[in-house]
Design a protein around this ligand. Structure first.
Ligand code: ATP
Length: 234
């Protein structure tokens, strides 16, 4: 569904992502593991055209989308659930959700909201509450639900477990599993190896902006590339 070939992103002299290639298939969760600063976030932002690419080719559903800007990529069916959730804490849950369908006709926004509330009944019950009143895990669920409001076929998730308690990580894991079951593809950037192990069939390990290993998760985890990436010895 998504093929990234030889993606390179540089910020001035700093090459943050160096020739990264990866694929993600429908109905699966593809993991990207790596230490702080390995280039995971920049890879996601590079796919979405959110940071200037120095090279690379992106195809989505067999179509070359390299030249599309972020807005067009979202319209084509790719959504981002950003690092640190980026909710507006004093705005209501519903208004936060509606931002995910910004620019859509009113009827479309309402239909997507109804579908979101069908999936997450508790969000409907609490829709008028300020998003900032929710627990960390609940806020992460709102951020994921907001990404789904653009009706994507692929969701790029940047460290959804960040700052969450182990119980909340479990909750978020269940939410993501449900979304994958419905056929939506996901690329999951994570430092939480256990979450990747639970959700992903395939994963990539990044170190210093490069893919140092990839393959079935059960073969990768416990391997040298993962321990090198996390111990900073890679
Ligand atoms: P983290 O887990 O800390 O988010 P990461 O693996 O997502 O790490 P990136 O945030 O992609 O790593 O950063 C990769 C490298 O690119 C780092 O060296 C970082 O300092 C650098 N970098 C990222 N964004 C910028 C930017 N806007 N300007 C300059 N350098 C940047």
């Amino acid at each position: 569904m998504l093929t990234v070939s030889d993606l390179t992103v540089a910020f001035g002299p700093t090459v943050a992502v160096r020739g990264v290639s990866l694929t993600a298939e429908a109905g699966t969760v593809t993991g990207i593991l790596g230490a702080n600063g390995a280039g995971k976030t920049t890879t996601l932002l590079g796919i979405l055209g959110h940071v200037p690419r120095r090279g690379g080719r992106i195809t989505f559903d067999g179509r070359d989308v390299t030249a599309l800007d972020t807005r067009a990529l979202v319209r084509a069916g790719i959504a981002l659930c950003p690092e640190n959730r980026r909710l507006f804490p004093s705005m209501s849950i519903e208004d936060n959700l509606l931002l995910g369908a910004y620019g859509q006709p009113r009827a479309t926004r309402q239909a997507r909201l109804a579908r979101t509330y069908e999936r997450f009944g508790w969000l409907h019950d609490r829709r008028a509450e300020a998003a900032g009143r929710l627990s960390g895990g609940q806020q992460q669920t709102v951020a994921i639900a907001r990404a789904l409001m653009s009706d994507p076929r692929l969701v790029l998730l940047d460290e959804p477990s960040s700052g969450l308690s182990p119980v909340a990580v479990e909750e978020v894991g269940e939410v993501l599993r449900g979304i994958a079951r419905d056929g939506t593809a996901m690329v999951l950037v994570e430092q939480n190896v256990r979450l990747v192990e639970r959700l992903c069939s395939t994963a990539y390990v990044l170190a210093h902006g490069q893919v140092t290993a990839s393959g079935p998760v059960d073969e990768l985890i416990g391997g040298d590339a993962v321990s090198d990436a996390y111990l900073g010895t890679g």
